[in-house]
Ligand binder design. Structure first.
Ligand code: XUL
Length: 510
């Protein structure tokens, strides 16, 4: 059996798969807000609303809690051969030189938090929701020039780890100097599990503006332009198809894993979702409706986004994937549901039955937070009608259609697709699935598991540790279980809606 973990923005999820039988054996999760309210998952240490950090102790406490829950519910931890994982992308964890011996000698009698917190050289971890590094991006972009995008897959991006590291170096040079290792959330979690510094894979590593996609190594010139001595502080790079190490005795003693359990190199949540949705070959696009909404697909050879919003990441199965990320995803849907005061049944289905495709031209850009795609730093809802006076169903369709039309517009550089796999919490909504099919005029498929990042992480472990092929794993765990066909009679309404969307977006950005 193989365990996949997904350390995301709002939760830590675990899923155990049995590849021999093609079965999902166990699923558990820890919800950060409900279960660990003492450690904030997204806050601003300075009060700047563009700044978003997490308390890294959260991820450690969640790991102990998740395994405790798994033991309590009888999960077969002693039968796990391999553990894989994914992390929210771009977030970074800063450790002193003392981390090496602390990680190697974890005492099962104490918690992970108590032992690892003292070796954090930075108390907080900037995460992907952070948009506060505009000046650092300008500096890195000016120093490196156009090859930053062609070689790393993205121009200088606010939430990417390079700009975040530069900000830390500028604001707290002493703490930066005291930092011996900088990990991503993914490689940090793998390091805790193995008891030694784990590598960063090419999927998550490409979200740092530091990895040269031609050499698959850290780019020395770009690292030097980002912060002094950075190259020496980064872990090694590795393929997600390799093993990081064996499981630390801490977890063997405390939770009943066997000492032979091996830990695969972790990756980012989007690359893991690519695997978990079975989209590791060209031709199939994925829309992940999570805290962020993302649109991604394999593209080999890769191309970069001419508008400078999108990214290229490593595909855990080899080669590359292209991605567009929208920050106002499920949090915006939750805000609109709260504002309209409806229940999820109304939000997911009734609202779409009570309104027409195209919503009579009414659209609302839900930029409750600074947006990533397109880049918008001043938050706020932007509607082209009297939003507050409209009935709930009209307001809901206005937001969902704006989200989907934005995806349509800003994913064009990746390509046009006949079939799109949809995953994440909001893929339960019949109204959203039908609107996606109609806006893209594509077949929309869902798979049985909504947590495709955790599933993908388990599949990566089954591949890296036990040699199962990605094709056989996708056939067993990610077949399409439901298909929504596009309604061709809506194509004209959405062609008009796209024009209205572009007008509204252009006005809102000026
Ligand atoms: C991708 C991105 C988000 C996070 C969410 O570039 O920033 O999708 O990975 O966890």
């Amino acid at each position: 059996m193989h365990l996949g973990l997904d350390s995301s923005t709002q939760s830590l999820k675990g899923i155990i798969i049995d590849p021999a039988n093609g079965t999902i054996v166990h699923q558990t999760s820890v919800n950060f807000a409900a279960d660990l309210p003492d450690y904030p998952a997204a806050f601003s240490p300075s009060g700047d609303p563009l700044e978003k950090h997490a308390d890294p102790r959260l991820w450690l406490a969640a790991l102990d809690l998740l395994f405790t829950r798994m033991v309590e519910s009888g999960a077969p931890l002693s039968q796990i051969k391999g553990i894989g994982g994914s992390g929210q992308q771009h977030g970074s964890v800063y450790l002193t030189g003392a981390a090496d011996s602390v990680l190697a000698n974890l005492d099962p009698g104490q918690s992970l938090v108590d032992q690892i917190a003292p070796v954090l050289s930075r108390a907080t971890a900037p995460i992907w929701m952070d948009s506060s590094t505009g000046s650092q991006c300008a500096e890195i972009g000016a120093a490196v020039g156009a090859r930053l995008q062609t070689d790393t897959g993205s121009p200088a991006i606010e939430r990417f780890t390079g700009a975040q590291i530069r900000k830390f170096y500028q604001q707290d040079p002493n703490a930066y100097a005291a930092t011996a290792r900088i990990h991503l959330v993914s490689s940090f979690m793998a390091s805790v599990l193995t008891g030694s510094h784990a590598p960063i894979d090419h999927g998550d590593g490409a979200g740092m503006n530091l990895l040269n996609l031609h050499t698959l190594q850290w780019d020395p010139e770009i690292c030097a332009a980002t912060a002094p001595g950075l190259l020496e502080k980064l872990p090694a790079t590795a393929s997600a198809r390799s093993v990081a190490g064996t499981l630390s005795p801490y977890f063997v003693t405390k939770y009943g894993f066997t000492p032979e359990t091996r830990v695969a190199v972790w990756t980012g949540d989007n690359p893991a979702s690519l695997v978990g949705t079975g989209a590791i070959r060209p031709g199939l696009a994925v829309i992940s409706l999570g805290t962020s909404d993302t649109f991604f697909a394999v593209l080999d050879p890769y191309r970069t986004d001419p508008d400078g919003c999108g990214h290229v990441f490593g595909n855990p199965a080899g080669g590359f994937m292209c991605l567009a990320c929208f920050k106002n995803g499920s949090l915006a849907r939750e805000r609109i549901r709260d504002l309209t005061g409806v229940d999820w049944k109304f939000f997911d289905a009734t609202a779409f039955e009570e309104t027409q495709s195209g919503n009579g031209g009414r659209l609302a850009l839900p930029w409750f937070e600074a947006e990533i795609t397109p880049p918008v730093l001043v938050p706020g809802l932007r509607a082209n009608f009297d939003f507050d006076a409209a009935p709930p169903a009209v307001r809901i369709r206005a937001v969902i259609e704006a989200q989907i039309l934005s995806m349509r517009t800003h994913s064009r550089w990746i390509g046009d697709f006949d079939t799109i796999r949809v995953t994440g919490g909001a893929s339960r909504s019949a109204g959203i699935l039908q609107t996606l099919a109609n806006v893209f005029q594509a077949r929309v498929e869902t798979i049985a598991v909504q947590d495709s990042a955790a599933l993908g992480a388990a599949m990566i472990a089954a591949h890296a540790v036990s040699g199962h092929t990605f094709e056989s794993l996708a056939a067993a765990f990610a077949p399409a279980v439901h298909t929504t066909a596009p309604d061709p009679s809506t194509a004209q309404a959405y062609a008009a809606a796209l024009e209205a969307f572009l007008t509204l977006e252009t006005e809102a950005r000026n």
